[in-house]
Write a protein that binds this ligand. Sequence first.
Ligand SMILES: [Zn+2]
Ligand SMILES: [Zn+2]
Length: 190
Amino acid sequence: MSKSILPTINHAGGSSDDGHAARHTPSAAAQAPLNTEKLDEVKKLFTAHLENKGLRKTAERYAILEEIYTRGGHFDVEELYAGMKERGLQVSRATVYNTLDLLVEQGLVSKHQFGRNLAQYEKSYGYRQHDHVICTECHKVVEFCDPRIHGIQTMVGDLLNFHILHHSLNLYGICGDCRAKAASGEAHSK
Ligand SMILES: [Zn+2]
Ligand SMILES: [Zn+2]
């Protein structure tokens, strides 16, 4: 059964929206709400992976999986760990680290660098494919969707005879807020 969640499309700040955006206009990717059906699917996949690898199906590992699929956006290991502790969930940092590794390996979670040493993670199963724009000043990360990127992926795969599994595309720049802040700073120092 494929019940797709239609994300509401809102445009990333800055671009003027005159109401007739072209079909190809990249849109900000919206975070879909938690869907218990999806969580069950993810748990089943994770169970299969643990069994495959002969690893123990511990409550901690499932609690981490659930925590990840309940939260929105991007997070680092410490944020995930702190979030679980706050909710009174008992897990060790080591378990958080190795469970994340397992989930990334299986493709249920994606791992990003975003230009810093600190790895950022996000759930990926059943969520809309998206790419990222990162501000190099305030490190804000904005997601966007553009179907043309998928087209490029397919074309390059066909052309070079690759079965493309996934891609990563990060655009770096300075966001509108930071540019405005810099401009007002310059005005003040004159
Ligand atoms: Zn910024
Ligand atoms: Zn993302």
